[in-house]
Design a protein around this ligand. Structure first.
Ligand SMILES: Cc1cc2nc3c(=O)[nH]c(=O)nc-3n(C[C@H](O)[C@H](O)[C@H](O)COP(=O)(O)OP(=O)(O)OC[C@H]3O[C@@H](n4cnc5c(N)ncnc54)[C@H](O)[C@@H]3O)c2cc1C
Ligand code: FES
Ligand code: FES
Length: 433
């Protein structure tokens, strides 16, 4: 069976399963009945078959279907729905620039592409812009005047925004592809490419602006899902505890590509940056064409590699609530320093207010099927002075001992439990003295 070619045709996600060597021109006319695209020479000489491909004018007679995976094709039928078409159509009419009309679809698209790249072209520029489009009956003078008149209209978006389906440059187009195709979200690829799947349709997200930013509002530090570990380490808004955890991930080449969204999206309880996000009670902004859904990270994990993520949803941002994270403890126990996946990892943060514990949180990674965040047990300390907390320490540790039920992996359950309890005890020594 031939692989299918999925592309955007006039804003419809379209699956083509025919011969990849077919001409786009023939497929448009014969398969999709888009007969506004005309056939003249089939040699690239007449321009009658012009379409807009990924924002550029091309001769569809010279485009093989196989080259279109992910591409955005706009034919005259698609262009006719735009405001810019109306301007050009009116201008052509006013100058009586249409006789038989055969060349006009191509001529209009050539005019649009010219005006998109050159705001107020002079006559020579217009003639160069439409040079590949032959007109056998109107004569070019009226067409040139029509394009010149149209160019006087200001603030016209001459070409609708286009982007490759699998390399979307806007969140909207990313969500469209996610909704209408079977694709795998891809940010840095450092997990996915370990098991590079043949024929996988990856949706490359690292050109979606919302996923590339680190910004803040009154409540959150908002980190785009495609922000890399290196970018987190280098950014002034990122709390030191997050930077420290990122610095312990792999080595520079992995940190330059691997992202926070991927670390969370892989659903692993060993994910180091996800552990810190869990500790800091991060939330996720998920988006689909159905709308936005904000969810606590702790509710996102449903089990080993099982996520509360619908097949049309994407992780867009990780929202870290703003609070004082200055006093923290973090330890990753691995087989070696660099490039080690955690055997167990632990992090804790404490916030004091007026001599009392205002906030206290712990999180354990690589222990269970999901990252553990024992909310109720940690809450035991809240509201207490250092002395009171010291007195409660045994009760707290006993509750934790019962709570931590490690799974077996490369190391035994008991080893994991002992490491967790030792790290916890160490953190309490640091925080409570
Ligand atoms: C040699 C090596 C060492 C490593 N060391 C560590 C380490 O020390 N600590 C650690 O935690 N990890 C480590 N990793 C794993 C990996 O680098 C991290 O998990 C990284 O964060 C993955 O991010 P990525 O952008 O590369 O994800 P990708 O590989 O692009 O994606 C990972 C998963 O997330 C999904 N996904 C990505 N973006 C989105 C989105 N926006 N919406 C929905 N789903 C999405 C993908 O579909 C995929 O399932 C290591 C990997 C390698 C190869
Ligand atoms: S039919 Fe394509 S350029 Fe003539
Ligand atoms: S209007 Fe007839 S070929 Fe141009």
């Amino acid at each position: 069976m031939r692989p299918s070619i999925i592309f955007n045709l006039n804003n419809n996600i379209t699956e083509y399963t025919g011969d990849p060597s077919n001409r786009l021109l023939d497929v448009l006319r014969l398969v999709y009945q888009l007969t506004g695209t005309k056939c003249g020479c089939k040699e690239g000489e007449c321009g009658a078959c012009s379409v807009i491909l990924d924002g550029k004018l091309v001769n569809s007679c010279l485009v093989a279907m196989g080259s279109l995976a992910g591409a955005h094709v706009i034919t005259i039928e698609g262009y006719a729905t735009t405001e810019a078409f109306q301007v050009l159509s009116d201008a052509y009419k006013e100058e009586s620039a249409v006789q038989c009309g055969y060349c006009i679809p191509g001529m209009v698209l050539a005019s649009a592409c010219l005006l998109a790249s050159c705001q107020q072209p002079d006559e020579a520029q217009i003639r160069r812009g439409i040079a590949g489009n032959l007109c056998r009956c109107t004569g070019y003078n009226s067409i040139v005047r029509a394009v010149s008149n149209a160019s006087k209209q200001e603030q016209i978006n001459w070409i609708p925004s286009t982007s490759n389906l699998y390399v979307p440059t806007s969140l909207d187009s990313a969500m469209q592809t996610r909704a209408y195709t079977t694709c795998i979200p891809y940010t840095g690829g450092t997990d996915l490419m370990v098991e590079a799947r043949r024929d996988a349709n990856y949706l490359f997200l690292n050109q979606v602006p919302e996923m590339r930013e680190i910004v803040e509002d009154s409540k959150y530090i908002r980190i785009g899902a495609a922000v890399t570990f290196t970018e987190l380490i280098d950014h002034a808004l990122i709390p030191q505890i997050v930077k420290d955890a990122c610095l312990e991930i792999a080595a520079p080449a992995i940190r330059n590509a691997g992202t926070l969204g991927g670390n969370i999206g892989n659903g692993s309880a060993k994910a180091d940056a996800a552990l810190i996000c869990m500790l800091l009670d991060a939330e996720l902004r998920l988006e689909s064409i159905r709308g936005r859904r904000d969810i606590m990270l702790r509710d996102f994990y449903r089990g080993n590699k099982r996520l509360d993520l619908a097949t049309d949803e994407l992780i867009v941002e990780i929202l870290i609530p703003k609070r004082n994270f200055d006093t923290y403890y973090h330890k990753k126990v691995g087989a070696r320093n660099a490039l080690a996946i955690a055997r167990t990892s632990f992090a804790a943060v404490i916030e004091w207010k007026d001599g009392r514990i205002h906030h206290f949180a712990t999180a354990f990674g690589a222990v269970s099927e999901v990252i553990l965040r024992p909310y109720e047990i940690d809450a035991l300390f809240v509201g207490h002075t250092k002395e009171e907390a010291q007195e409660m320490r045994l009760k707290y540790m006993t509750a934790m001992y019962a709570y931590i039920q490690p799974i077996r992996g490369r190391v035994s359950e008991q080893y994991r439990k002992d490491v967790c309890m030792n790290l916890l005890s160490d953190a309490l020594d640091v925080f409570l003295g």
